[in-house]
Design a protein around this ligand. Structure first.
Ligand code: NAG
Ligand code: NAG
Ligand code: NAG
Length: 408
């Protein structure tokens, strides 16, 4: 049991982890969620579109989606290409309150709907500033994100940002972020890479301790891509990390060619091997595993929202089937997944081109071809998300009934 230190925490609905499963409100917690990284920006009263957030959250709820992986804003300066703007931190430790109000809004709307957030605090990649920007701000090279781990000023700065984030009081409901059970987990970074596994473990361990000292009720995870990169096992081995993360990018890694539909079947063989291999790490470590990113193109590699998603739908079914089957059989530690990514009511302004300030946010970050992996509010893919979430709910319900009858 948690030693509860805050008054409000008692009434909160925390996601907890016990050995190899997540729990919420007395049942195992399994989910097919999504990535909704732009939610913080979209919630901003001046620069965002709050009505769109409300509608999209309602859409997601109607699909059974309750778990969103969101970015904690990003770093400026706001005149760079290939960045989410406005950033939450346009200059070192100078904040854009409009975007923080967007964060408050998103969390409050999610809370009202009983949703849970996974929040990467940083990013190895450039599209939210992240490692490279911290390095540049402290005299290093933007193109050298690996310096992030070793520069003392950078680490102090990252911790100062994290401290502000965790201690922020939501202006809409008065709840401190560190005491808000809407947040299921803090994540050290989106897709952190490194070459030196010892240094990785040291950084992970000390950063998790730093976060848990401030926010002891929250889970913490790494946010890495898995065995396609170095140190996947070593990173997740750090005891204080509550669960294992991994991502699967069949097309980016050359297993699937969207111009050749027949390549999907062989790609699925690679995908299954990759999922098995990463879940195996979680099994060994006795921690739950979450596949928190996967996606592929629309048919014929089209960037048009009008293109069909026949192959994508098949791929999503395959992944959901994998998760649901394992959950049902209790044959491994995979417990949940988040697809990449919800584009909702947004549409690409420049199909296949870069995002520019003022364009709709969609599921594809600013540095990637717009319309590549986004799932829109009218796509056939949504009915698959919905039916597998229903299935998962039935299975979870069955499990909790069994737990009850066993204890009687
Ligand atoms: C938690 O579970 C109880 C009992 O099953 C239920 O009455 C309650 O509505 C649930 N709370 C939430 C927030 O789901
Ligand atoms: C890796 O990191 C550790 C811990 O910081 C350090 O002692 C070691 O020298 C590094 N190894 C290399 C090859 O840089
Ligand atoms: C789950 O059980 C079914 C029926 O026994 C079996 O066909 C399937 O391969 C199992 N799947 C996993 C992932 O264990």
């Amino acid at each position: 049991m948690l030693a509860l230190s805050c008054v409000l925490c008692q009434g909160e609905n925390w996601v907890t982890v016990d050995q190899e499963r997540f729990y919420l409100n007395g049942s195992e917690y399994h989910y097919i969620g999504t990535n909704y990284w732009y939610g913080v920006n979209m919630g901003a009263p001046l620069s965002g579109d709050r009505d769109r957030v409300r509608k999209e959250l309602d859409q997601l709820i109607s699909l059974g989606v309750t778990n969103l992986r969101i970015m904690a804003g990003g770093q400026g300066p706001d005149d760079r290409e290939k960045r989410i703007v406005p950033s939450i931190e346009p200059e070192p430790m100078e904040f854009n309150e409009d975007v923080w109000l967007g964060f408050d809004f998103l969390l409050n709307e999610m809370r009202n709907r009983g949703m849970k957030a996974i929040v990467p605090i940083n990013n190895y990649w450039e599209w939210s500033g992240g490692f490279g920007q911290y390095v540049e701000w402290h005299g290093g090279d933007f193109e050298d994100p690996l310096s992030f781990y070793e520069m003392i000023d950078v680490q102090e700065h990252f911790r100062a940002f994290t401290e502000y984030l965790l201690n922020r009081e939501n202006t809409l409901n008065g709840v401190l972020y560190k005491e808000d059970s809407t947040i299921m987990a803090w994540q050290l970074s989106n897709e952190p890479r490194i070459e030196n596994c010892t240094l990785y473990q040291e950084w992970i361990s000390s950063t998790v301790d730093f976060i848990k000292d401030i926010a002891p009720h929250h889970l913490v995870s790494l946010g890495n891509e898995g065995t396609i990169t170095n140190c996947a096992r070593e990173g997740n081995e750090v005891e204080s990390l509550d669960y294992v993360t991994f991502h699967c990018w069949a097309q980016n890694w050359g297993w699937f060619d969207p111009k050749d539909p027949s390549s999907l079947d062989s790609a699925l063989v690679h995908v299954r091997e990759y999922l098995d291999k990463n879940v195996e790490i979680a099994n060994d470590l006795h921690k739950p595993a979450v596949l928190e990113e996967f996606g592929i193109s629309r048919d014929d590699a089209s960037y048009s929202p009008d293109a069909l998603t026949t192959l994508r739908d098949k791929y999503y079914r395959f992944v959901f089937e994998y998760v649901v089957d394992h959950v049902k059989n209790r044959s491994s530690n995979i417990v949940a997944t988040n697809f990449w990514a919800y584009g909702g009511m947004g549409r690409p302004v420049s199909e296949g081109g870069l995002w520019r300030p003022g364009d709709d946010f969609i599921g594809d970050p600013p540095h990637e071809p717009q319309g590549w992996y986004s799932v829109y509010d009218k796509d056939s893919t949504l009915s698959i998300v919905k039916s597998y979430n229903n299935l998962l709910r039935h299975i979870t319900h069955g499990i909790s009934n069994k737990m009850i009858s066993r204890s009687e």
